[in-house]
Design a protein around this ligand. Structure first.
Ligand SMILES: [Cu+2]
Length: 143
């Protein structure tokens, strides 16, 4: 083989090995979104809840509440909470998950987070006195 032939063989080998490695590595990295991008961790499911948030007078006393008192999910689940404020001024807060969302009147808002910590957490409304008047519930995340 002369020098030119050796050079061509070397180039062909280089391309063949490179292509093989490309396929072996999974190919097209970054060229398209991986199907699992942004989805829950393995085993995690999407859990959806909906509730209303309201204000009313009971026996002459103000009462504020969420219609749902408890939500139960598994650790790693992606949680979507749909909240519709039907009366009053409210928000929706879970301190441990850094969830804090205003809930304007007669609009459905969605709070979304991944439940990556196990335990019982309180969700509540942070408007003055609302939590004391009963506007809170328990998010139970089982390990
Ligand atoms: Cu409230």
């Amino acid at each position: 083989m002369d020098t030119k032939t050796i050079a061509i063989v070397a180039i062909v080998l280089f391309i063949a090995v490179g292509a093989g490695a490309y396929v072996f590595m999974g190919g097209n990295k970054g060229g398209q979104a991986r199907p699992d991008a942004g989805s829950p961790k393995p085993g995690g499911e999407a859990k959806e809840f909906s509730m209303t948030s309201y204000y009313e007078m009971v026996d002459g006393k103000p009462k504020t509440a969420f219609s749902l008192k408890e939500m139960q999910v598994k650790k790693g689940d992606r949680v979507r909470v749909k909240i519709t404020n039907t009366k009053g001024a409210h928000d929706f807060v879970i301190d441990e998950y850094n969830v804090r969302i205003e809930t304007p009147l007669n609009q459905e808002v969605v709070a979304e987070f991944v439940a990556d910590k196990a335990g019982d957490f309180i969700y509540y409304c942070s408007k003055p006195n609302h939590r004391e008047w009963g506007q809170w519930g328990t998010l139970r995340v089982t390990g």
